[in-house]
Design a protein around this ligand. Structure first.
Ligand SMILES: *[C@@H]1O[C@H](CO)[C@@H](O)[C@H](O)[C@H]1NC(C)=O
Ligand SMILES: *[C@@H]1O[C@H](CO)[C@@H](O)[C@H](O)[C@H]1NC(C)=O
Ligand SMILES: *[C@@H]1O[C@H](CO)[C@@H](O)[C@H](O)[C@H]1NC(C)=O
Ligand SMILES: *[C@@H]1O[C@H](CO)[C@@H](O)[C@H](O)[C@H]1NC(C)=O
Ligand SMILES: *[C@@H]1O[C@H](CO)[C@@H](O)[C@H](O)[C@H]1NC(C)=O
Ligand SMILES: *[C@@H]1O[C@H](CO)[C@@H](O)[C@H](O)[C@H]1NC(C)=O
Ligand SMILES: *[C@@H]1O[C@H](CO)[C@@H](O)[C@H](O)[C@H]1NC(C)=O
Ligand SMILES: *[C@@H]1O[C@H](CO)[C@@H](O)[C@H](O)[C@H]1NC(C)=O
Length: 873
């Protein structure tokens, strides 16, 4: 057993028998990447195998080159595995290989650590095949001293094969080599799924591994013999009757027999779990000249069940036998046993065997046409975005930033439905490849440096509902067909006013309306139209504004305020500004914020808030019903939010009074709605606003826990265009303050993103932002120290009682961490934040659904895309 488990060294090291003058094999279809090899040393022929390795530089975007340390442990490792590529940046890094679609490949990846980074730790990360997880790599897992090898037999589904390394904790993913070998399609047939190699063994007392060119498919056969076995071999030729498995001559000219000829020959192997399914390929060839009175005949049993009652190996002819249906093994321990029949005069024999377990890759890759088109767009526009690697759409947590996809179920190829390349520095023409994205609904190319004309083909893309081309250097006129679509089909078209609208008789209502009216109100109308068009069933993202409390935005007298609050009888809360009282106005509940004269929130803030709230309206911003501005008496009258502020719920303060702890999906919904409120301030208002005081006490919750952003006293508008920031005095709340804003006094909307990141951390962890009783008192430091352990449970709020899934919780946590990136330019914008949060909720719902309804057929599920509509433009 031990000898078998320490097999890895053999694969990577130079113990292969030196090539004799075997018939020269071509390496047709082989892909041999030496990862990390400097391009100027590529290609080269590895002297022991004569395999031609090339540098991986053309197949991946990022990463750096490392060299394993040379010492007595690593000195014999052969050249392709001595350099490696490691990926310090980005979450997912991928290799994209051109393969032949529908071909069965042996795919092998090597990870030889060799202490290249001097850290002497075992790198741990996940390996993905396209959108599916392949395995988790722990390079130096106990028992394997030098590295890891993962190998599968897999049929390619498209002409592109992505192999991705995904960071899971703090260690840096690395890889030494990737090898692809086409196999015959009719060999190694699993009923379902692909095959993961566990063993290729031949029975010999030699210590030579065998691979290419002796093995035409470059399988790596390792030598093995158990102590109670003896080796027999032959110098004669053995013919091949294996139907395509082509075992190398050296593999079948040697065999094992039990030393005690009356004993059976037993081989056992372990599966990772007892649920795993396995396939076993046995190679037999009679390699002794039998005398007339000699017989070799044996029974073959797998896990105690008889597969062959009497098998006689073919004289100097190799055959392979395997289980046609996959096998499960009790406790994950599998056994093949060969025992001689009563007739037999000779013990059983076994020349070689291969063991596989079944591995499933259920998630479909994104439609190949979409992938080819988007990659073409990526390369033509020279977009180097770290997230733009691997499958564009799935898994969702790694989907390319700027895309949204329609993912119906795992067996349907996802489709790209939103392409947002706004402000991406694009130059040149609007690319024809875009029309190959045949299900695209939204195309946003605004704020680039695109030139040329608005292309005709956009009109033929029937799926398009929104096109935004503003802020480019386009010339000419809008094609008539496109105008007609805007007119008749409700296509929303945004173009700069300098582009002529050719042929349009009457400057059509919709186009003009949309081009001209970029005010908050028009935006709301747009939202309503969108809501109507797409008839979202569970529209959680953009709700219709409640037209409650008819008399909006009214000025009240002090005596009216006294009356509605019954002389300030019921105090809901207190703050530096004064008190908030409960009130009744025409039998509707209201909240009245009464500013005390000694208030730190002065008249200026009061005015800011009134002016802002009179101007903006959004379902996720608390609405102002009226105000009082009478001498020294200042009051603000808001809609009443039944469930108080978010902080009370997170801290558990409210749960004692018949309330309940917010569960994970409610928390995600609250986060989404808060994000949408902030997004509206940033992009829905003209001029845009920065809230400057996003925090959990400023998120109010209504009767049904709908979230609204409150307290706009510190809000500032900022200019867009040439200037992306304004200088102001620093204001905000300790703990939520953007350190960059604090240092530079530059205010941008990204400061709100930082505060939102802190808020999101609170929502996820239930921890106070600053808690002196914690070892790390600041929530950011605390979260980072917990993250270093890579244990999600220790980070998540224990009050959730583990009722969340790891997918969405990790994603939310990563999003929070990206929001609090010290560099504001690295932070996502709020549109992205809201989008990602929506995906978190969907991931959670999907996992819930698959938990709940294991027996029933899952219903079709489609990503809502309204949520990514930058509707507030
Ligand atoms: C090694 O491979 C090259 C082609 O890559 C081939 O021309 C040569 O004959 C091979 N040498 C041997 C010894 O097989
Ligand atoms: C990368 O691709 C280019 C273009 O096909 C080719 O000229 C170059 O040799 C390749 N580089 C390496 C290291 O294989
Ligand atoms: C590595 O070290 C071994 C001895 O430990 C030596 O034989 C070998 O040539 C060295 N290889 C390189 C690439 O330095
Ligand atoms: C084995 O086969 C090869 C080619 O088929 C032949 O040249 C050789 O003579 C054979 N050897 C023996 C021992 O039969
Ligand atoms: C061989 O195996 C048989 C049956 O298990 C046993 O009875 C016998 O003692 C063994 N012989 C030797 C030499 O170990
Ligand atoms: C088979 O025959 C040979 C003589 O040809 C004899 O030496 C041997 O003992 C016999 N073996 C058996 C198992 O009967
Ligand atoms: C677009 O689709 C056409 C027809 O399927 C194809 O010929 C063309 O190569 C595709 N172009 C791109 C860039 O995907
Ligand atoms: C756009 O392109 C023009 C001409 O190539 C150049 O002068 C201008 O600086 C570019 N603008 C931006 C924002 O890149």
């Amino acid at each position: 057993m031990e000898t078998r488990r320490t097999k890895l060294l053999f694969l990577a090291c130079a113990t292969f028998s030196i090539i004799h003058l075997v018939k020269s094999q071509n390496q047709q279809g082989f892909i041999s990447l030496d990862c990390g090899l400097p391009p100027n040393e590529s290609p080269y022929n590895e002297p022991l195998t004569n395999l031609t390795y090339i540098s991986d530089a053309n197949f991946t975007q990022g990463g750096k080159t490392g060299n394993i340390q040379n010492n007595s442990d690593t000195g014999f490792i052969s050249k392709p595995y001595r350099v490696l590529r490691y990926f310090p940046d980005g979450k997912r890094n991928c290799y994209s290989l051109k393969v032949t679609e529908g071909t069965k490949y042996l795919i092998r990846t090597f990870f030889i650590y060799g202490n290249y980074d001097g850290l002497n730790t075992s790198p741990r990360f996940d390996l993905y095949l396209g959108p599916n997880i392949w395995t988790s790599i722990d390079v130096l897992r106990p028992g394997v001293a030098d590295g890891a090898v993962e190998e599968i037999i897999h049929i390619t589904r498209s002409s592109i094969l992505d192999i991705c390394l995904v960071k899971t904790g703090t260690s840096t993913p690395m890889i030494s080599a990737i090898e692809l070998r086409p196999l015959r399609y009719d060999t190694y047939a699993a009923r379902t799924g692909s095959l993961k190699s566990l063993e290729h063994i031949y029975f010999t007392n030699s210590d030579k591994a065998i691979r290419y060119p002796k093995d035409v498919y470059d399988r790596v056969w390792l030598p093995y013999l158990e102590p109670e076995w003896s080796q027999i071999n032959t110098k004669l030729n053995v013919s091949d009757f294996t139907d395509g498995y082509d075992p190398p001559r050296d593999v079948v000219t040697t065999a094992a027999i039990p030393t005690n000829v009356s004993e059976p020959l037993t081989y056992t192997w372990n599966l990772e779990s007892s649920d795993d399914e396995t396939y076993c390929y046995l190679y037999f060839a009679e390699i002794q000249q039998l005398k007339a009175n000699e017989t070799r005949e044996f029974k073959i049993m797998a896990n105690g069940r008889i597969d062959y009652i009497s098998y006689r190996p073919r004289s100097f002819g190799a055959q392979t036998l395997s289980n046609l249906a996959s096998l499960k093994c009790e406790g994950g321990v599998c056994r093949v046993q060969l025992s001689k029949t009563p007739k037999s005069t000779l013990p059983p024999l076994l020349n070689a065997l291969e063991i596989f377990s079944v591995i499933n890759f259920p998630q479909s890759e994104t439609s190949t046409d979409d992938v080819i088109a988007i990659k073409n767009i990526q390369s033509t526009y020279k977009l180097s975005r770290i997230s733009w690697q691997g499958d564009p759409c799935v898994p969702k947590q790694f989907s390319w930033i700027g895309l949204s996809c329609n993912v119906i179920d795992i067996s349907t190829p996802p489709r790209i439905i939103v392409l947002d390349l706004s402000s991406s520095g694009l130059t040149g023409f609007i690319l024809p490849s875009i029309q190959n994205l045949t299900q695209l609904r939204e195309l946003d190319l605004s704020n680039n440096n695109l030139t040329g004309e608005v292309p005709e083909f956009l009109a033929t893309m029937k799926s398009l509902l929104l096109i935004d081309l503003r802020g480019n250097n386009l010339r000419g006129s809008v094609p008539r067909a496109l105008l007609e679509r805007a007119d008749k089909d409700g296509l929303k078209l945004f173009v700069d006013p300098n582009i002529k609208q050719r042929g349009s008789r009457k400057p059509t209502s919709r186009l003009v309306a949309i081009v001209a009216s970029i005010s908050c109100v028009a935006v709301i109308i747009t939202v309503l139209v969108l809501v109507f068009i797409f008839r979202r069933r569970n529209s959680l993202t953009r709700k219709v504004i409640r037209p409650s409390l008819e008399m909006k935005n009214r000025r009240f007298t002090n005596s009216e305020v006294k009356e509605m609050t019954n002389n300030f009888q019921v105090v809901l809360g207190k703050g530096g500004f004064g008190v908030v009282c409960h009130g009744l106005l025409n039998n509707e509940q209201v909240a009245v914020k009464v500013l005390s004269q000694s208030s730190t929130q002065g008249y200026k803030e009061f005015k800011t808030e009134v002016e802002l709230l009179l101007r903006v309206h959004h379902v996720n911003l608390v609405s102002l019903i009226g105000y009082c501005d009478e001498g020294n008496d200042l009051a603000l009258i808001y809609e009443f939010m039944e469930n108080g502020n978010l902080k009370e719920h997170l801290s558990g303060k409210r749960s004692g009074h018949g309330g309940s702890i917010l569960n994970w999906s409610s928390r995600l919904k609250i986060a989404i709605e808060s994000a949408l409120g902030i997004e509206y301030l940033h992009i829905g208002c003209k001029p845009p606003m920065v809230h400057r005081d996003v925090k959990s006490t400023n998120i109010l919750l209504g009767q049904h826990f709908e979230a609204k952003l409150a307290d706009f006293g510190l809000s500032r508008s900022f200019l867009v265009g040439s200037k992306t920031h304004v200088s102001t005095n620093v204001a905000g709340t300790l703990g939520y303050l953007d350190p960059e804003y604090y240092k530079k006094n530059w205010l941008t909307e990204k400061s709100d993103v930082y505060s939102f990141g802190i808020l999101l951390l609170e929502i996820i962890t239930g921890q106070p932002v600053i808690d002196e009783s914690r070892e790390k008192s600041y929530i950011v430091e605390w979260a980072k120290s917990m993250l270093a352990n890579g244990d999600i449970e220790s980070i998540m709020d224990p009050k959730l009682h583990r009722d969340y899934d790891t997918g969405s919780s990790w994603k939310a946590l990563e999003l929070a961490m990206s929001c609090i990136n010290p560099s504001s330019t690295e932070r996502p914008n709020m549109t992205r934040v809201a989008h990602e949060l929506n995906e978190c909720l969907e991931i959670y719902n999907l996992s819930k659904r698959s938990q709940d309804a294991n027996s029933t057929n899952p219903t079709g599920h489609s990503i809502s895309f309204l949520s990514d509509t930058p509707s507030a433009r």
